[in-house]
Design a protein around this ligand. Structure first.
Ligand code: ZN
Length: 217
């Protein structure tokens, strides 16, 4: 319980926070033990795309909820640039073909509204029985995962002490672990995306022995 005794009181620097989230007592104790393998296995008779869509929606909802809990601490003053450690993220407006430098709260807001819009669009993520999935469905799922990962990387680098103070680290780490297992299993994140949390992702993946499987299109 010594993390309650003031260790996290002061806003830690990036390098301190990096150390903090790699500390076993914060991380390993936070993983909710469960049958992760069965959560990651498609049940016989379930449509792979429908299952993938439901999992994507669930990850989005959980990250949205948990970020919401610290959003008051992620402001244009505390986080004037959307970053994960030394890496800066620039928002890519695909329609206009331009990149913009945004504050973290602005960037995260765009992540959440963009993902929500995609997930609610029946032509992209069909919810009714018998609807067909678009041919680029997996690339849409990968986009949602990439954007969510940016938010997670920002939180680990810049708000992990907030997560600890709010006693959300068990939920956060459990969610992130499940997210990474799922991403690795179905190859939903490019290797270069993982860079800002490379040591954490490696730690998670070596614990599990997750392997990549190709997703039938
Ligand atoms: Zn922030």
């Amino acid at each position: 319980m010594d993390w309650l005794m003031g260790k996290g009181k002061k806003k830690a620097s990036t390098s301190e926070e990096k150390k903090l989230y790699m500390e076993a007592k914060y991380f390993e104790n936070g993983i909710i033990e469960g049958d992760l393998h069965s959560m990651l296995t498609l049940h016989p008779g379930t449509d792979q795309n429908e299952w993938m869509a439901a999992q994507t929606l669930s990850f989005f909802n959980h990250f949205n909820l948990l970020y919401g809990a610290i959003s008051e601490l992620c402001t244009t003053t505390s986080c004037p640039v959307m970053s994960a450690g030394s890496l800066q993220y620039h928002w890519q407006d695909e329609a206009k073909g331009k990149k913009s430098k945004l504050s973290a709260p602005q960037y995260v807001d765009l992540v959440m509204t963009t993902c929500q819009k995609m997930l609610q669009d029946d032509s992209l993520f069909p919810t009714k029985f018998g609807q067909t999935f678009p041919p680029n469905f997996i690339s849409l799922v990968r986009k949602v995962f990439r954007l969510i990962f940016h938010v997670a990387a920002h939180v680990y680098h810049h708000h992990y002490s907030d997560i600890i103070q709010l006693e959300l680290y068990r939920h956060w780490n459990s969610l992130f672990t499940h997210f990474i297992y799922f991403s690795l299993k179905f190859d939903l994140l490019d290797q270069k995306e993982l860079t800002p949390l490379a040591s954490l992702v490696e730690f998670i993946s070596t614990k599990d022995g997750t392997r990549t499987e190709s997703v039938p299109s």
